[in-house]
Design a binder for this molecule. Structure first.
Ligand SMILES: Nc1ncnc2c1ncn2[C@@H]1O[C@H](COP(=O)(O)OP(=O)(O)OP(=O)(O)O)[C@@H](O)[C@H]1O
Ligand SMILES: [Mg+2]
Length: 463
């Protein structure tokens, strides 16, 4: 009988984690569906968890599972399809990676590969290259000494190099959609061996133009049908429209797991707003950053404005780097690592940086331009660093541009116990927001619903 290390001994160990997650008791967790597997309380109590996996988790310095992990791990281990949502930074990555790795260890299937193609057993699709890299790093740590191979494929670097790596064999493939599609089209990757498919940031992946690209992958003739694969979907934001669409990709008995209020922001972020017009924004940003710029992400709508602002801020002695989709991948990587390593104070970015990226250094998120949709607002301000620390977000609200956000913002702020500016309330009263109110009630703050909603806004993603 193997002796496993219990969670308390991890706590007593040299690997002492200081990360505490917000209190979230079981009443804040909802699981919709039948025959729900029982949640686990500790990593050590996960049924049949391999010793090596427990040891790798220990090295990650995790004391105990977060609420989403407690529920999703047994669900995924039981083979059920899952659509899950929990706040930004609540540990959703481990929530699906850990049980996937456990399944590959406990129930191994020979990897199919030859000189021309490889058949990954797990496909994880993510919206951005940077997120693919981050996720691959987490998988690498958890698969150490397990004999499980993983690889991240994404655009912006040479396909020939990636091809040679993939052909060495890979159980878990993390991919952005464009590069994945091109490897599928030239036959380097086929899906015949896929056991598990993950759509991370699912509301983004099924939104607008991305959905047709996802459909292209899922309808590929080698992709096992819904009944013959396990499908997992995760996001911190899960509007009704996504919940509705996602059902077509899941088995009928899938489980819907929601920790906390769907699409809500953390109460640990103080959200401040300024009513501005577009000509005031630059000077206001400079004034704020001159006071304190350390660990700040500034979100901007247009790529050329990102570059312009970075040049301007650097000229004004505020060290800044830019991140957007027109830059070479090499430059994107350097910009991000300079910001991560605190070599530069400010990252100015488009929504390319709004999802999934785990920035330990971020204290302040500034919305120089508001995003087009409330989900991106929730995701952006969720880029703050450690979950237990208080962070701030500052948003420049231009009523000429951002009027569609008035109603969802008021509700989002109310749910997070934030002060709602009087001018925002006035804007709501001044306009006729009756229609928007109807939409809003199904849009944010409610737990789970299957009714589709109207959502015609555009956004500015590069990939
Ligand atoms: N059980 C745990 N104990 C302590 N820290 C953890 C635990 N699980 C995950 N973390 C850490 O929490 C941070 C956030 O995790 P992760 O990126 O998975 O969050 P997320 O829910 O996917 O957020 P987002 O919605 O922004 O993508 C990471 O630094 C991760 O290493
Ligand atoms: Mg995530």
């Amino acid at each position: 009988m193997e002796q496993y290390i219990d969670d308390e001994s991890i706590f007593d160990d040299a690997f002492n984690s200081n990360i505490k997650f917000e209190k979230c008791n079981d009443t804040e967790v909802k699981v919709n569906g039948k025959n729900i597997p029982e949640a686990v309380k500790q990593f050590v109590s996960i049924k049949n968890i391999p010793k090596i996996l427990l040891s790798n988790i220990r090295k990650k310095k995790f004391m105990r599972p977060t609420p989403i992990q407690k529920y999703s791990i047994p669900i995924i281990l039981s083979g059920r399809d899952l659509m899950a949502t929990a706040q930004t930074g609540s540990g959703k990555t481990i929530a699906f990676i850990l049980p996937i790795i456990q399944k590959l260890i406990i129930d191994p299937v020979t990897l199919v590969k030859d000189r021309n193609h490889c058949e990954p057993q797990v496909i994880i699709i993510v919206p951005t290259r940077e997120l693919a890299v981050q996720m691959k790093m987490t998988i690498t740590k958890l698969t150490r000494n397990t004999g499980i191979f993983s690889f991240a494929c994404y655009g912006g670097i040479k396909a020939t190099y990636q091809k040679s790596q993939i052909l060495r064999g890979c159980h878990i493939l993390v991919a952005t959609i464009g590069r994945l599609n091109s490897f599928v089209q030239n036959g380097v990757i086929t899906f015949s061996s896929v056991r598990i498919l993950v759509l991370n940031e699912v509301d983004r992946m099924l939104y607008d133009d991305m959905k047709s690209k996802i459909d292209c992958i899922l309808n590929h003739f080698t992709m096992p049908p819904v009944m013959n694969r396990q499908t997992i979907m995760m996001s911190a934001t899960l509007p009704d429209k996504t919940q509705h669409l996602a059902q077509f990709y899941l088995k009928k008995d899938y489980l819907l797991l929601a920790v906390g209020i769907v699409s809500s922001t953390s109460i640990n972020i103080k959200q401040t707003f300024y009513l501005v017009n577009k000509f005031e924004k630059r000077d206001m940003l400079t004034t704020i950053l001159k006071k304190d710029s350390a660990g700040t992400i500034v979100f901007v709508k247009r790529k050329w404005v990102v570059d312009y602002l970075v040049t301007y801020l650097n000229k004004n002695n505020i060290p800044s780097v830019a991140l957007h989709g027109n830059h070479l991948q090499h430059h994107r990587k350097i910009a991000l690592s300079n910001f991560h390593d605190k070599k530069t104070n400010v990252l100015v970015a488009t929504d390319l940086a709004s999802r999934g990226l785990d920035f330990k250094c971020v204290n302040h998120v500034i919305n120089f331009d508001m995003p087009p949709r409330i989900e991106e607002y929730v995701q952006r301000i969720g880029r703050k660093g450690k979950p237990e620390t208080q962070a701030i977000s500052t948003s420049f609200f231009d009523p000429n541009e951002d009027h569609s956000l008035v109603v969802p913002l008021i509700k989002t702020l109310a749910l997070a116990n934030q002060e709602i500016p009087n001018w925002l309330v006035k804007l709501r009263h001044d306009a006729n927001y009756n229609d928007a109110n109807d939409v809003l009630d199904q849009f944010v703050g409610l737990y789970i619903s299957h009714k589709p909603i109207l959502d015609n806004s555009n956004d500015d993603y590069e990939e």
